[in-house]
Design a protein around this ligand. Sequence first.
Ligand code: ATP
Ligand code: MG
Length: 428
Amino acid sequence: MSTLKAVRGTRDLLPPETALWNRIEATARAVFARYNFGEIRTPVFEDTGLFARGVGEETDIVSKEMYTWEDRARAQSEKPQSLTLRPENTAGVVRAYIEHGLGESGQLQKLYYMGPQFRRERPQKGRYRQFSQIGAEVIGPPSAGSESPLRDAEVLEMLASLLDELGISGWTLELNSVGSPADRARYNEALRAALVPVVSQMCEDCKRRAVTNPLRVLDCKVPADQPIIDTLPVIADSLDEASKAHFAAVTAALDAAGVPYTRNHRLVRGLDYYTRTTFEFTHGGLGAQNALLGGGRYDGLSEAIGGPKAPGIGFAMGEDRLVLTLLALNEQNAGAQKADAYIAPLGEGLNAAALTLARELRHQGLWIELGEGGFRLKKSFDAADKTARRIVILGEDELQSGILTVKTFSTGVQTKIPRTELAAFLSL
Ligand code: ATP
Ligand code: MG
C-alpha cells in the first residue's frame, strides 16, 4: 500500500520553525493593536459568487485558481450552492462589514485577520496551494474619513514599522496610483493604441490581454517583452487632478514620516473598483516570488458586492514569504532555543516525584523538559544536553535532603541547590 502524503502544494509546519510563525503572528497582533485594529475571523469557505464579484471574474484567482465545489442540496427542490475555499480574505471582510452593518456606527472600521488561503497555483518556493496571509482593512463611510490619503499613509507607515519590528531589513516599498475608474478607462485606451504597432512582437498572453484588458500587459513577466513594455505610456499621465492630489498627499505624509518608497508605474490592478493607491513591499531575498505583500485602495468594492458606499484600503502579507525571508536573513531560530532545565529522575520510583518538581517549576514560569527514570544516567545526560540548558538530578538523596544537583551545560559546572532556591537559579 502506498503511503499517504500531504497534498501537493500543502505542507506541514513543524517545530522549531513554528516558533518563528508564532513570533511573526504575535508581533503582528501587537503592532496592529497599537494602531487600534481589532481582529476579524471570517469563514474559510464562502459562496462562490462572493469571489466572482469581490475579486473579479477576469483575475487569475477567479478564472483558474479557486477550489470550488457544489454543496449537496438540502432538499430536492433546492439548487446546490456553489462554495469556494477562500483564495484571499478582503472579499470576506467586506461581506462581513456589509452583513453586520458595521458602517452604520459611522466609525472607521479597522480590522485585521490572519489565516489560511487556498489557490490552485503551480507550487514552488514561496508559492503554495494552502498558504497563510496576515492582512488588514480600513473601511467605512466617507463621513468617517475613509477616503482620506492619511489612511493610506498610516497603513503604509504601519507596514514599514511592522516589517522593521519583525527584523525584515532591506524591504522596498513600491507605490503607484491607478486613479479613478474614469482615469483607468482613459489609460486603457491610451495603452490599447500604443500596443497596436508592437503587440505582434509580444507573448501570446499579451496578444490576448491587448484586446481584453490592456492594463494586464503591465503584469507580463516574459523577459523579451520587457523592453517593449518600458516604452508604453504610464498611468501617471492619465490621472485627473483629484487622483494626483491624493497621491501627492500620500507621498507627502510618507516623506514627513521618513518612510522610503519608489514609484513603480507598472503596479496596477486590473479591477474596476480598485482606486488610487496601489502598493507592494518586495524583498530581494525571495527570488522570483519577491512580493512580501500587496495592497491598495478599493473605494468601489463594497458597492460591487451589493453594499453601501464604503471606501477602504487594505493589504495582505504572505506569511510563508515572511518566514522564508527571515530564514534567509539568518534569523536565530526561536525554536533552537532550549528549555531552562531537564529533570532527570534516578529510577522509575522517582518519576512521580519528578512530575511534582516539574509542576512546581513550571508554575513558576520555567520551561521544563521532564525526563524518564527508566533511562540510564548517560542517556538522560545526552537527552538533556540536546533539549535544555541545564540538567537537574533527582535521586532518593536529593528528594530526602531537598538539595538538588544541577549541571549547567555551557560551563560544565555542577552545583548543589536547595529546592527553595531552584527556580531562581534556573531562571538565570
Ligand atoms: P503573486 O504575483 O506573487 O502571485 P498576488 O498578486 O497573487 O501575488 P496577492 O493576491 O496580492 O498576491 O496576495 C498578497 C500576498 O500574498 C502576496 O504578496 C504574497 O506574499 C502572498 N501570496 C499570494 N499567493 C501566494 C501563494 N500561492 N503562496 C504563498 N504566498 C502567496
Ligand atoms: Mg498570484
